[in-house]
Write a protein that binds this ligand. Sequence first.
Ligand SMILES: Cc1ncc(COP(=O)(O)O)c(C=O)c1O
Length: 379
Amino acid sequence: MNNKPIYVTQPALPPLDEFIPYLQQIWDNKILTNCGPFHQQFEEALADYLGVKYVCLFANATLALVTALQALRISGEVITTPYSFVATAHSLKWNSIKPVFVDIDAKTCNLDPAAIEAAITPQTTAIMPVHVYGTPCDTEAIRKIAENYNLKVIYDAAHAFGCRYNNQSLCAFGDISVVSFHATKVFNTFEGGAIICQDAKTKAHIDHLKNFGFVDETTVVAAGINGKMSEVNAAFGLLQLKYIDSCIEKRKQISQYYRDNIKFIRGISLPDHQLSFTSNYSYFPVFVEADYALSRDELYEKFREQNVIVRRYFYPLITAFPMYRTAHTDRDNELPNARYISSRVLCLPLHPNLEQEELEKVMAILSGFSKIQQTQKAI
Ligand SMILES: Cc1ncc(COP(=O)(O)O)c(C=O)c1O
């Protein structure tokens, strides 16, 4: 086998020739952005696919998170997770909101509702949970807390495209959910993202905010940003929707292959949340336990030596970055679950383009330092 790199993810791309007619239309109508015809069609198609009513497209999910907080006029303190991609917290910083980091549930890797409740102060205005790896947060407990304390809930659902929970899209929970279409995500538009909100008035307000605050040619209602998705990205998204179900199915098969084989490896454990939901199989996190022959970081290096580019999602914790480090969150006994999970986690390669021999290589490395008790099963 050649030694070409095996990446943790690789974008799923449709056949190039199928994209050309979309480009031709953009060239013909000469509308490149500003919520043109493809933008409109893609919003409608997404709402249809996800089974939601109100979708606002964005150039990326970070701008969508920043705008979501503005749309709901959030200020003061927001309770969020240290175990996420740093953009979750950055969106708060960009709004001069103080992020209050609380611990996660070690089984789901998502915010622990008891920790949320314990951190509420008179300054708290909202909760920003993340459905990490597309695993649902305890949405019911979070809804009740929000209701009791009159807080807004903005879900960072960047990982959750295509996941379903309690008979609806996982992107439909909270006052607002934000999903990412970044190149590394299950569903990509090169760059992109969207807000899913609950009513037409909020959608209209968000649509103004993402367009500099313009309501019409001469009226600006807020210091909005340029968060618009371009026509090329929107057209690409429309085409991508045709392939998303088959991409998720391929991911499911790969996840099952890993699952079938990893169960025989001592010292490697998998998330054990017992939740019933439809996954998008976006990530394959494993935890390197104390009885594995190598530490997590040693295993990470061994993979890299063999050109297998695994990733430590999420390490370091957001609270370790200088702009979020405080005397409080830096104490060794703070955020114990998040610290533990972050020190053990490794995400294995998972994307629809992986070949069987590449999967076998990943498994051979993983099992090479441990005792494997059964021969491998193919997909
Ligand atoms: C949890 C989470 N939130 C937010 C983002 C930001 O998304 P985007 O890259 O679309 O701005 C990402 C990933 O990129 C993410 O993983």
